[in-house]
Design a protein around this ligand. Sequence first.
Ligand SMILES: CC(C)(COP(=O)(O)OP(=O)(O)OC[C@H]1O[C@@H](n2cnc3c(N)ncnc32)[C@H](O)[C@@H]1OP(=O)(O)O)[C@@H](O)C(=O)NCCC(=O)NCCS
Length: 189
Amino acid sequence: MAGLVVPDPRYQRSFLAAVEEVCGAHEDERYAGLTVIGQIGDFPGESFTAEELKDADTFSAYTRRLRTLADHSAWLPDGIVPATYLWWVDGEEYLGRLSIRHSLTPWLRDFGGHIGYVVRPSARGRGHAQAMLAASLPVAHDLGIDLALLTCDDTNPASRRVIEAAGGVFEDQREDKLRYWIRTGPAQR
Ligand SMILES: CC(C)(COP(=O)(O)OP(=O)(O)OC[C@H]1O[C@@H](n2cnc3c(N)ncnc32)[C@H](O)[C@@H]1OP(=O)(O)O)[C@@H](O)C(=O)NCCC(=O)NCCS
């Protein structure tokens, strides 16, 4: 059964296979997950290449770096807020990932939202995004987010369906982004 885990070196093989799928499908390169922090203001961005991540030590450093992004005492460029990065895995198989931004900047409030997610191409259409988003809501709740903002492009029906299935309440559209609010809650025991 699939579940959320913190990024861990044990998924190196599977993670790199997922990167190849995204690249092979010529999808938006951000879906590959190689960017740790995108370019913003004077900050040039921070990312790894798939080639670099084939090295076990570098992959380990990459997973460590992703985990530090949740740390409120660590330096982040202006405009980037702490975020929790989680991977959706089944056994040893990496299936997808999500990030939960701990707070909203003006840009996140208009366009980015609290939670972003990607499922690797070969695992799509099997309910993983819906399950992963549902599993992330108690995590967001523990981070103090009672109402999570989720956004998707108006040209992304699969993501829209995922958000609506999670109980997303539509607020409005800003440029090409549809904006929804989802009430989080503690994990059901
Ligand atoms: C969006 C994404 C995360 C969905 O992942 P997934 O695991 O395939 O999603 P699920 O299987 O949980 O659910 C997809 C839902 O969308 C529906 N769907 C898929 N394609 C659709 C389409 N073209 N039109 C309408 N609905 C569609 C599916 O039928 C399913 O709904 P259902 O369960 O009611 O049948 C995945 O396509 C992805 O990673 N895309 C690239 C990154 C991305 O767009 N991320 C979201 C940014 S906001």
